[in-house]
Write a protein that binds this ligand. Structure first.
Ligand SMILES: Cc1cc2nc3c(=O)[nH]c(=O)nc-3n(C[C@H](O)[C@H](O)[C@H](O)COP(=O)(O)OP(=O)(O)OC[C@H]3O[C@@H](n4cnc5c(N)ncnc54)[C@H](O)[C@@H]3O)c2cc1C
Length: 269
Protein backbone atom coordinates (compact mmCIF):
# COMPACT_ATOMS: atom_id res chain seq x y z
CA UNK A 1 0.00 0.00 0.00
CA UNK A 2 2.75 2.42 1.00
CA UNK A 3 4.60 1.83 -2.28
CA UNK A 4 1.42 2.26 -4.29
CA UNK A 5 0.52 5.52 -2.52
CA UNK A 6 4.10 6.76 -2.99
CA UNK A 7 3.86 6.00 -6.72
CA UNK A 8 0.57 7.88 -6.95
CA UNK A 9 2.12 10.79 -5.08
CA UNK A 10 4.90 10.85 -7.64
CA UNK A 11 2.33 11.17 -10.41
CA UNK A 12 1.30 7.62 -11.38
CA UNK A 13 -2.41 7.05 -12.05
CA UNK A 14 -4.14 4.18 -10.21
CA UNK A 15 -5.26 1.41 -12.55
CA UNK A 16 -7.71 -1.24 -11.34
CA UNK A 17 -9.89 -3.20 -13.82
CA UNK A 18 -9.05 -0.66 -16.57
CA UNK A 19 -12.59 -0.82 -18.00
CA UNK A 20 -12.95 2.96 -17.65
CA UNK A 21 -9.37 3.82 -18.51
CA UNK A 22 -9.42 1.74 -21.71
CA UNK A 23 -12.10 4.03 -23.09
CA UNK A 24 -10.09 7.22 -22.44
CA UNK A 25 -9.41 7.84 -26.15
CA UNK A 26 -13.18 7.64 -26.91
CA UNK A 27 -13.71 10.39 -24.33
CA UNK A 28 -10.86 12.44 -25.83
CA UNK A 29 -8.84 11.96 -22.63
CA UNK A 30 -5.10 11.43 -22.81
CA UNK A 31 -3.66 8.23 -21.35
CA UNK A 32 -1.39 8.82 -18.34
CA UNK A 33 2.39 8.61 -18.56
CA UNK A 34 2.53 5.93 -15.87
CA UNK A 35 0.10 3.71 -14.00
CA UNK A 36 0.21 1.84 -10.72
CA UNK A 37 -1.80 -1.39 -10.77
CA UNK A 38 -3.83 -1.63 -7.56
CA UNK A 39 -6.04 -4.64 -8.28
CA UNK A 40 -3.51 -7.07 -6.85
CA UNK A 41 -3.12 -5.35 -3.47
CA UNK A 42 -4.42 -7.83 -0.88
CA UNK A 43 -5.61 -4.99 1.38
CA UNK A 44 -7.90 -3.76 -1.37
CA UNK A 45 -9.37 -7.13 -2.29
CA UNK A 46 -10.81 -8.18 1.09
CA UNK A 47 -14.43 -8.14 2.26
CA UNK A 48 -14.79 -8.21 6.05
CA UNK A 49 -18.11 -8.57 7.83
CA UNK A 50 -17.93 -7.19 11.37
CA UNK A 51 -20.63 -6.71 14.00
CA UNK A 52 -21.16 -3.05 13.13
CA UNK A 53 -20.14 -2.71 9.51
CA UNK A 54 -19.15 -4.49 6.33
CA UNK A 55 -15.82 -3.36 4.87
CA UNK A 56 -15.42 -3.85 1.12
CA UNK A 57 -11.99 -3.38 -0.45
CA UNK A 58 -11.85 -0.91 -3.34
CA UNK A 59 -10.35 -3.51 -5.70
CA UNK A 60 -13.18 -5.98 -5.15
CA UNK A 61 -14.89 -6.58 -8.49
CA UNK A 62 -18.61 -6.22 -9.03
CA UNK A 63 -18.87 -10.00 -9.50
CA UNK A 64 -16.90 -10.81 -6.32
CA UNK A 65 -19.03 -8.39 -4.33
CA UNK A 66 -22.20 -10.13 -5.52
CA UNK A 67 -20.80 -13.58 -4.79
CA UNK A 68 -19.65 -12.61 -1.29
CA UNK A 69 -22.60 -10.51 -0.15
CA UNK A 70 -25.55 -12.10 -1.93
CA UNK A 71 -28.20 -12.63 0.74
CA UNK A 72 -26.73 -10.07 3.13
CA UNK A 73 -29.74 -7.98 4.23
CA UNK A 74 -27.48 -5.04 5.10
CA UNK A 75 -26.23 -4.71 1.52
CA UNK A 76 -29.29 -5.63 -0.59
CA UNK A 77 -29.31 -2.43 -2.71
CA UNK A 78 -25.55 -2.63 -3.25
CA UNK A 79 -25.66 -6.27 -4.36
CA UNK A 80 -28.52 -5.47 -6.74
CA UNK A 81 -26.57 -2.48 -8.11
CA UNK A 82 -23.36 -4.44 -8.62
CA UNK A 83 -25.21 -7.39 -10.12
CA UNK A 84 -27.15 -5.30 -12.65
CA UNK A 85 -24.39 -2.93 -13.80
CA UNK A 86 -22.76 -3.38 -17.22
CA UNK A 87 -22.48 -7.00 -18.42
CA UNK A 88 -20.87 -10.18 -17.04
CA UNK A 89 -17.48 -9.63 -18.70
CA UNK A 90 -17.19 -6.09 -17.30
CA UNK A 91 -18.49 -7.15 -13.86
CA UNK A 92 -15.72 -9.75 -13.67
CA UNK A 93 -12.97 -7.13 -13.83
CA UNK A 94 -14.49 -3.72 -13.01
CA UNK A 95 -13.83 -2.76 -9.39
CA UNK A 96 -15.88 -0.87 -6.84
CA UNK A 97 -13.10 1.68 -6.40
CA UNK A 98 -12.69 2.24 -10.13
CA UNK A 99 -16.41 2.83 -10.48
CA UNK A 100 -16.39 5.51 -7.76
CA UNK A 101 -13.14 7.12 -8.91
CA UNK A 102 -14.22 7.59 -12.54
CA UNK A 103 -14.94 11.22 -11.71
CA UNK A 104 -16.85 12.17 -14.85
CA UNK A 105 -19.03 9.04 -14.83
CA UNK A 106 -22.58 10.13 -13.94
CA UNK A 107 -24.28 6.75 -14.45
CA UNK A 108 -22.54 4.84 -11.64
CA UNK A 109 -24.89 2.23 -10.17
CA UNK A 110 -22.82 1.89 -7.02
CA UNK A 111 -22.84 5.57 -6.01
CA UNK A 112 -26.59 5.89 -5.30
CA UNK A 113 -26.69 2.43 -3.68
CA UNK A 114 -23.89 3.38 -1.28
CA UNK A 115 -25.52 6.76 -0.53
CA UNK A 116 -28.82 5.03 0.27
CA UNK A 117 -26.99 2.65 2.61
CA UNK A 118 -25.29 5.57 4.42
CA UNK A 119 -21.85 4.15 3.57
CA UNK A 120 -18.48 5.75 4.18
CA UNK A 121 -15.44 5.88 1.92
CA UNK A 122 -11.96 5.24 3.31
CA UNK A 123 -9.11 6.90 1.51
CA UNK A 124 -5.42 6.36 2.21
CA UNK A 125 -3.08 9.25 1.66
CA UNK A 126 0.19 10.58 2.99
CA UNK A 127 -1.30 11.05 6.45
CA UNK A 128 -2.74 7.53 6.59
CA UNK A 129 -6.36 6.32 6.35
CA UNK A 130 -9.26 8.75 6.58
CA UNK A 131 -13.01 8.16 6.40
CA UNK A 132 -15.61 10.37 4.76
CA UNK A 133 -19.36 9.96 4.21
CA UNK A 134 -19.75 8.66 0.66
CA UNK A 135 -21.55 11.81 -0.49
CA UNK A 136 -18.72 13.99 0.81
CA UNK A 137 -16.22 11.79 -1.00
CA UNK A 138 -18.18 11.93 -4.28
CA UNK A 139 -18.35 15.73 -4.11
CA UNK A 140 -14.68 16.14 -3.15
CA UNK A 141 -12.95 13.33 -5.11
CA UNK A 142 -12.01 15.38 -8.18
CA UNK A 143 -10.43 18.11 -6.05
CA UNK A 144 -8.41 16.05 -3.54
CA UNK A 145 -4.70 16.79 -3.52
CA UNK A 146 -2.71 14.15 -5.42
CA UNK A 147 -1.37 11.09 -3.60
CA UNK A 148 -4.37 9.11 -2.34
CA UNK A 149 -6.05 5.81 -3.02
CA UNK A 150 -9.60 4.78 -2.27
CA UNK A 151 -9.10 1.76 -0.03
CA UNK A 152 -12.45 0.57 1.37
CA UNK A 153 -16.18 1.22 1.43
CA UNK A 154 -17.81 0.79 4.83
CA UNK A 155 -21.50 -0.17 4.96
CA UNK A 156 -23.08 0.09 8.44
CA UNK A 157 -25.03 -2.89 9.75
CA UNK A 158 -28.00 -1.07 11.23
CA UNK A 159 -30.98 -3.10 10.14
CA UNK A 160 -31.80 -1.15 7.00
CA UNK A 161 -33.81 -2.77 4.26
CA UNK A 162 -32.99 -1.51 0.80
CA UNK A 163 -33.49 -1.88 -2.95
CA UNK A 164 -32.04 -0.54 -6.20
CA UNK A 165 -33.98 0.27 -9.40
CA UNK A 166 -32.48 1.37 -12.73
CA UNK A 167 -33.56 2.05 -16.27
CA UNK A 168 -31.23 1.11 -19.13
CA UNK A 169 -32.82 2.07 -22.46
CA UNK A 170 -32.30 -1.11 -24.42
CA UNK A 171 -30.21 -3.92 -23.01
CA UNK A 172 -27.55 -5.05 -20.55
CA UNK A 173 -24.37 -3.07 -21.14
CA UNK A 174 -26.19 0.23 -21.71
CA UNK A 175 -25.58 2.88 -19.08
CA UNK A 176 -28.70 3.45 -16.98
CA UNK A 177 -30.70 6.57 -17.88
CA UNK A 178 -31.79 7.03 -14.27
CA UNK A 179 -31.27 5.15 -11.01
CA UNK A 180 -33.08 5.15 -7.66
CA UNK A 181 -31.77 3.43 -4.53
CA UNK A 182 -33.87 3.39 -1.37
CA UNK A 183 -33.25 2.26 2.19
CA UNK A 184 -35.23 2.54 5.42
CA UNK A 185 -35.18 1.08 8.89
CA UNK A 186 -37.67 -1.59 9.83
CA UNK A 187 -40.42 -0.57 12.20
CA UNK A 188 -42.92 -2.83 13.93
CA UNK A 189 -45.93 -0.88 12.54
CA UNK A 190 -44.67 -1.24 8.93
CA UNK A 191 -44.04 2.48 8.52
CA UNK A 192 -40.87 3.90 6.98
CA UNK A 193 -38.24 5.30 9.35
CA UNK A 194 -34.90 7.02 8.58
CA UNK A 195 -35.67 6.93 4.87
CA UNK A 196 -32.75 7.50 2.49
CA UNK A 197 -33.43 7.90 -1.21
CA UNK A 198 -30.57 8.44 -3.66
CA UNK A 199 -30.84 9.29 -7.34
CA UNK A 200 -28.10 8.54 -9.86
CA UNK A 201 -27.46 9.31 -13.53
CA UNK A 202 -29.99 12.18 -13.62
CA UNK A 203 -27.49 14.87 -12.56
CA UNK A 204 -23.69 14.71 -12.99
CA UNK A 205 -23.19 13.31 -9.46
CA UNK A 206 -25.56 11.01 -7.53
CA UNK A 207 -27.29 12.63 -4.58
CA UNK A 208 -30.05 12.23 -2.01
CA UNK A 209 -33.65 13.37 -2.59
CA UNK A 210 -34.33 15.14 0.76
CA UNK A 211 -37.87 16.41 -0.01
CA UNK A 212 -39.05 12.93 -0.98
CA UNK A 213 -37.36 11.39 2.07
CA UNK A 214 -39.24 13.84 4.32
CA UNK A 215 -42.52 13.18 2.52
CA UNK A 216 -42.25 9.41 3.06
CA UNK A 217 -40.90 9.47 6.62
CA UNK A 218 -43.38 7.84 9.00
CA UNK A 219 -45.71 6.81 6.15
CA UNK A 220 -46.69 3.22 5.43
CA UNK A 221 -44.72 1.36 2.81
CA UNK A 222 -46.92 1.94 -0.25
CA UNK A 223 -45.13 1.95 -3.63
CA UNK A 224 -48.01 3.77 -5.41
CA UNK A 225 -48.09 6.57 -2.81
CA UNK A 226 -44.31 6.85 -2.99
CA UNK A 227 -44.46 7.16 -6.78
CA UNK A 228 -47.12 9.87 -6.50
CA UNK A 229 -45.02 11.78 -3.95
CA UNK A 230 -42.05 11.48 -6.33
CA UNK A 231 -44.13 12.75 -9.28
CA UNK A 232 -44.93 15.93 -7.33
CA UNK A 233 -41.23 16.55 -6.69
CA UNK A 234 -39.34 15.63 -9.89
CA UNK A 235 -38.68 19.36 -10.35
CA UNK A 236 -36.10 19.03 -7.54
CA UNK A 237 -33.66 17.76 -10.21
CA UNK A 238 -32.00 19.34 -13.19
CA UNK A 239 -31.68 16.45 -15.60
CA UNK A 240 -28.50 16.30 -17.65
CA UNK A 241 -28.71 15.95 -21.41
CA UNK A 242 -26.65 13.04 -22.72
CA UNK A 243 -26.31 10.67 -25.65
CA UNK A 244 -28.58 8.07 -24.05
CA UNK A 245 -31.41 10.46 -23.10
CA UNK A 246 -32.32 14.12 -22.65
CA UNK A 247 -32.50 15.60 -19.15
CA UNK A 248 -36.31 15.89 -19.05
CA UNK A 249 -36.68 12.17 -19.76
CA UNK A 250 -34.35 11.19 -16.93
CA UNK A 251 -36.56 13.20 -14.55
CA UNK A 252 -39.81 11.89 -15.98
CA UNK A 253 -38.95 8.22 -15.30
CA UNK A 254 -38.07 8.84 -11.65
CA UNK A 255 -41.56 8.14 -10.18
CA UNK A 256 -41.61 4.75 -11.91
CA UNK A 257 -38.18 3.93 -10.52
CA UNK A 258 -39.21 5.07 -7.02
CA UNK A 259 -42.19 2.71 -7.28
CA UNK A 260 -39.95 -0.17 -8.40
CA UNK A 261 -37.45 0.47 -5.60
CA UNK A 262 -40.25 0.64 -3.03
CA UNK A 263 -41.63 -2.69 -4.32
CA UNK A 264 -38.13 -4.09 -3.75
CA UNK A 265 -38.07 -2.73 -0.19
CA UNK A 266 -41.57 -4.13 0.43
CA UNK A 267 -40.43 -7.56 -0.77
CA UNK A 268 -37.49 -7.44 1.63
CA UNK A 269 -39.66 -6.23 4.51
C1 LIG B 1 -19.64 -1.75 -21.66
C2 LIG B 1 -19.65 -1.07 -20.31
C3 LIG B 1 -20.87 -0.95 -19.65
C4 LIG B 1 -20.93 -0.34 -18.39
N1 LIG B 1 -22.14 -0.25 -17.74
C5 LIG B 1 -22.18 0.24 -16.48
C6 LIG B 1 -23.39 0.28 -15.73
O1 LIG B 1 -24.46 -0.12 -16.21
N2 LIG B 1 -23.33 0.77 -14.46
C7 LIG B 1 -22.18 1.22 -13.90
O2 LIG B 1 -22.18 1.64 -12.75
N3 LIG B 1 -21.02 1.21 -14.59
C8 LIG B 1 -21.00 0.75 -15.85
N4 LIG B 1 -19.84 0.75 -16.54
C9 LIG B 1 -18.68 1.42 -15.94
C10 LIG B 1 -17.86 0.45 -15.15
O3 LIG B 1 -18.57 0.07 -14.01
C11 LIG B 1 -16.58 1.17 -14.78
O4 LIG B 1 -15.85 1.26 -15.98
C12 LIG B 1 -15.80 0.40 -13.76
O5 LIG B 1 -16.50 0.25 -12.57
C13 LIG B 1 -14.50 1.06 -13.47
O6 LIG B 1 -13.75 0.16 -12.66
P1 LIG B 1 -12.30 -0.30 -13.09
O7 LIG B 1 -11.80 -1.16 -11.99
O8 LIG B 1 -12.28 -0.89 -14.44
O9 LIG B 1 -11.57 1.13 -13.08
P2 LIG B 1 -10.33 1.66 -13.93
O10 LIG B 1 -10.72 1.84 -15.35
O11 LIG B 1 -9.12 0.87 -13.63
O12 LIG B 1 -10.18 3.10 -13.23
C14 LIG B 1 -11.23 4.05 -13.29
C15 LIG B 1 -10.76 5.34 -12.58
O13 LIG B 1 -10.63 5.12 -11.19
C16 LIG B 1 -9.29 5.38 -10.75
N5 LIG B 1 -9.05 4.38 -9.69
C17 LIG B 1 -9.24 3.03 -9.79
N6 LIG B 1 -9.07 2.45 -8.59
C18 LIG B 1 -8.75 3.44 -7.73
C19 LIG B 1 -8.46 3.48 -6.32
N7 LIG B 1 -8.48 2.38 -5.55
N8 LIG B 1 -8.19 4.68 -5.75
C20 LIG B 1 -8.18 5.82 -6.49
N9 LIG B 1 -8.46 5.84 -7.81
C21 LIG B 1 -8.74 4.67 -8.42
C22 LIG B 1 -8.44 5.25 -11.98
O14 LIG B 1 -7.26 6.02 -11.89
C23 LIG B 1 -9.39 5.81 -13.05
O15 LIG B 1 -9.37 7.21 -13.02
C24 LIG B 1 -19.75 0.16 -17.79
C25 LIG B 1 -18.52 0.03 -18.47
C26 LIG B 1 -18.47 -0.56 -19.71
C27 LIG B 1 -17.14 -0.68 -20.39
Amino acid sequence: MAEAVAAVEEGATPLAGATWILRSPIRDEKLAGSYVAVSGLAELRAIETGDREIAIGAAVTHASLCAALNGSADCAALVQAAGAAANPAIRNVATIGGNLCAFSFAASDLAPALIALDAQAEIYGVSGPERKPIETFLAARAHLARGWLLTRLLVPRNGRISAHARLPLRKAGDYPVAIVSVSAKRSSDRTLRSVRIAVGSVEPVARRWPALERALEGRSLDPEEAAEAARERVGDFQGRDGVEAPGWYRMQVLPKLVRAAMCGVLAQA
